[in-house]
Design a protein around this ligand. Structure first.
Ligand code: SF4
Ligand code: SF4
Length: 446
């Protein structure tokens, strides 16, 4: 019997909540199948371990001392003042049934996370083919007052009515009177100056004054300097950003956010699934932590300037694994952190020998996105992430996204302009051909 499938277990957790007076509890293997309070402060555990049923009677203190039961970790989300769990539920990869979220699978997953102490959920208008907010709204029934709700508005045009319609629709789909964390979706420096300063901040402030949103926040896709500028604008109470083992470019701005008491939510702590796979290079980072997703989450939680690691969970198994890790409160020790940073620095240096991602080679007259191609190629050849890189490369051909607009190397006319501008003196034309061949190939063992 699996921990998440047991009705008795849910009852057991309720008992534990009452008796421990903790926000949440979680027990690692061996799984608890049944837990019954004997008297206050004492529990009767029946546990299953490798087909053996074991009965043990432990009081609260001894169990805690043995390190087998933990409470979820919380911190204050900057200026918002919300006390939030270190794990957030990202509602962007909920299980789908056709064009809609599969409620029968998704809602129990969300409730399981809530029961384990997760109290932050993040959605957006466009997630899950526009069905994420509706699903979150349904899952919030009975939980609304305990959960911090975050969503995003992606409209950056000039029509206030269109912007407001997005907000009204979100309120209706989430079935809430007010949204706790209301984000601009994917802000960058260009939109800060071109859209937010001249108009969107006024619309946000008006919505806040009307009580429709509680905190003005933003998610972000740009570089370190742009993020510092966004932080210094003083518009935002909380930022949601990309940060993980392989993408640490915002580390400096994250620390800056903390000095301004701005909450920091990390999306993609496992690189949007990239770090779900174990490769030889990644396994060498910290061999004691066998599983790379675990190392990735522990890495993010080890940064004291981060409040929440937002995980886009798609299965109950992922929920169980993540809440177990969150409840263990495991962060990297000082020595582990030093080793991981040293190893990452070594890998980064190897990657930079190929391309630093400086963008000096752009623009290309044919609109070839040279740094994006090399970034995917480097992730494959340096970190061993061939499957991930090839999938992204194939998806890029099918759909154009904000991240990878432009075209792939087969459009290159070999004019050579890019090579004149590259400070690394990379033979770009030759390497683009190699990258295109390797990333278009089905052979994952390159
Ligand atoms: S050589 Fe190819 S990639 Fe480079 S600038 Fe010319 S067309 Fe673009
Ligand atoms: S200029 Fe050179 S190093 Fe910089 S992104 Fe282009 S190819 Fe990479």
């Amino acid at each position: 019997m699996h921990i998440g499938e047991s009705l008795k277990l849910h009852q057991a957790f309720s008992y534990a909540l009452v008796f421990l007076k903790a926000d949440a509890v979680y027990c690692e293997k061996p799984y608890i199948v049944h837990m019954r309070p004997i008297i206050r402060e004492r529990f009767h555990f029946v546990v299953q371990y490798r087909h053996h049923m074991i009965v043990s009677r432990l009081n609260r203190r001894s169990y805690l001392q043995r390190g087998r039961m933990w409470a979820m970790k919380y911190s204050i989300l900057g200026r918002t003042g919300y006390k939030v769990s270190c794990l957030g539920f990202g509602a962007m990869r909920l299980p789908m049934k056709g064009e809609q979220v599969d409620r029968d699978l998704a809602i129990p997953m969300i409730h399981r996370a809530f029961e384990a102490g997760v109290n932050y959920i993040d959605s957006a208008v466009m997630y899950c083919r526009n069905d994420s907010e509706r699903t979150v709204g349904e899952a919030l029934k009975g939980w609304r007052d305990k959960i911090v709700v975050s969503t995003k508005n992606n409209y950056l045009g000039e029509d206030e009515k269109a912007w407001r319609l997005n907000l009204d629709n979100s309120l209706q789909r989430l079935q809430v009177d007010s949204i706790d964390i209301y984000n601009i979706h994917g802000l960058n420096k260009k939109d800060l100056d071109g859209a937010v300063r001249p108009r969107i901040i006024k619309w946000l402030t008006r919505a806040k004054d009307e009580g429709l949103i509680k905190h003005i926040c933003t998610s972000f896709h740009d570089d370190n300097l742009a993020l510092r500028e966004i932080i210094d604008s003083d518009f935002f109470d909380c930022i949601t950003i990309q940060y993980n083992l392989l993408d640490r470019q915002l580390e400096d701005a994250i620390a800056h956010a903390r000095t301004k008491n701005i909450g920091v939510v990390v999306m993609g702590p496992v690189g949007g699934g990239k770090l779900a796979a174990s490769t030889e290079a990644l396994a060498q980072l910290l061999p004691e932590v066998g599983r790379i997703p675990e190392l990735a989450l522990r890495f993010v939680w080890s940064n004291p300037d981060v409040n929440i690691a937002l995980s886009g969970m798609s299965t109950m198994q992922q929920v169980e694994e993540n809440i177990a890790l969150a409840a263990e409160r495991k962060i990297l020790s000082g020595e582990e952190s030093r080793i991981v940073h040293e190893q990452l620095g070594r890998l980064k240096k190897a990657a930079d020998l190929y391309c630093t991602g400086c963008n000096y080679c752009l623009p290309c007259p044919q609109d070839v996105k040279i740094p994006v191609v090399f970034s995917l190629y480097n992730q494959a050849r340096v970190y061993g992430l061939w499957d991930h890189s090839r999938k992204r490369y194939a998806d890029w051909r099918k759909t154009m996204s904000q991240w990878n607009q432009g075209v792939q190397p087969d459009a290159c006319t070999e004019c050579g302009q890019c090579e004149e501008k590259c400070p690394q003196k990379i033979p770009i034309r030759k390497q683009l051909k190699e990258a295109h061949a390797a990333l278009s190939s089905c052979d994952t063992a390159s």
